[in-house]
Ligand binder design. Structure first.
Ligand code: AHG
Ligand code: MN
Ligand code: MN
Ligand code: MN
Length: 335
């Protein structure tokens, strides 16, 4: 019976009633939902709309921007400025913070990766959008970068949209993790994955193995042990996946468990790692922890890293708790 499902809007209203909220968070989520539906539409139209290929520009990360990186960023900024819920925004694709002008009294800050998995756009493999929401610090009247530089533990909500074989939205507000699937015919996200939880054990790992020659000893040890299978110290055979879209990897882990690693290595350590703390690591760490998993740099909880700048990068090891703890223990033994 498909008509017993509840929409994401009704789910948010129910949460608002339960917590006695003012409705501004529900309004803000409505704007994010619009933005993600529009990006899904553009991802879907793909080459038909001329959306594939390079934009011809470079972002602050030193990456060649794809047309969809730029388009998704424009959509996210435009749709989320309209509601007047934000005091400011920060994006992977923007060098500086973007104060939202004209907002009545925006109480929130929005940080986002508008299009995650850019290298997969032109080959029609799943991509996504990631967002993190902070409250404007009390008394902050002018928006400066410092207002955004807060630990992941201060996030009030985080989520992602996955533009895959279905379009999905996964959200946490610090009270578990829920997943919604877009019904394209009615244009609504429906609750299809209530209370997502990650099994503590897994035999599936995800890492870009082309970087093996740069890995630190604890990472090399762990992957060697996974590959040794039943005969090795872990005593079980492992499977491997690497989509190269963090959203898709995290989603797989939420659905069936796993461990995902983009560790610091001898080559990326100059930049602090590969993935961005504010737009990728923190929101995903919040979701993973809320689903019962763990998220670490290998040497500490991701959400406790004090950011020093907006585009800071960080090593990321996340997923099924027991395997993440094993990799952390290998780092501790090694250091
Ligand atoms: P983005 O497309 O937002 O720049 O992020 C890409 C990230 C992440 O999604 C993925 O896990 C990783 O980069 C892929 O890196 P490799 O190209 O090294 O596999
Ligand atoms: Mn990028
Ligand atoms: Mn990304
Ligand atoms: Mn991106």
């Amino acid at each position: 019976m498909p008509y017993t499902r509840i929409t994401m809007t009704h789910f948010l209203l129910e949460e608002q009633r339960r917590l006695g909220g003012s409705g501004s968070f529900t309004a803000l989520m409505t704007d994010i939902i619009f933005a993600c539906k529009m990006i899904a539409h553009e991802v879907n139209r793909g080459a038909l709309a001329g959306n594939h290929g390079l934009a011809g520009s470079e972002n602050v990360q030193g990456e060649d921007q794809k047309k969809l990186d730029v388009l998704a960023n424009d959509i996210f900024m435009h749709m989320n400025a309209l509601g007047g819920n934000y005091a400011g925004m920060a994006s992977e694709e923007l060098e500086d913070i973007h104060p939202v002008t004209g907002a009545a009294d925006g109480k929130y800050l929005l940080l986002f990766d508008p299009l995650d998995g850019s290298s997969n756009i032109d080959v029609n493999i799943s991509v996504g959008s990631i967002f993190s929401i902070l409250k404007l610090p009390p008394g902050a009247s002018t928006i400066a970068e410092a207002a955004f530089l807060r630990k992941g533990v201060e996030q009030v909500a985080a989520g992602y949209a996955l533009y895959g074989s279905s379009t999905m939205m996964v959200l946490t507000t610090g009270n578990g993790v829920n997943g919604f699937t877009l019904d394209n015919n009615v244009g609504m996200f429906m609750l299809t994955h209530p209370n997502m939880t990650i099994p503590a054990d897994t035999n599936e790992f995800a890492i870009n193995a082309s970087r093996a020659r740069f890995w630190e000893a604890p990472v090399k040890r762990y992957i060697d042990e996974c590959q040794a299978g039943k005969e090795g110290p872990l005593g079980k055979d492992f499977n491997m996946r690497w989509v190269a879209s963090m959203v898709a990897e995290v989603h797989r882990i939420l659905v069936r468990g796993g461990i995902f690693m983009y560790p610091a290595d001898s080559e990326n350590i100059k930049k602090g790692g590969k993935l961005r703390l504010m737009y990728e690591a923190n929101p995903m760490a919040f979701i993973i922890e809320q689903a019962g998993g763990a998220a670490t740099t290998g040497r500490g909880r991701i959400m406790e890293v004090q950011p020093a700048n907006l585009h800071q990068r960080v090593p990321v090891i996340l997923g099924s708790r027991n395997e993440v703890e094993r990799v952390s223990a290998y780092h501790a033994e090694h250091d």
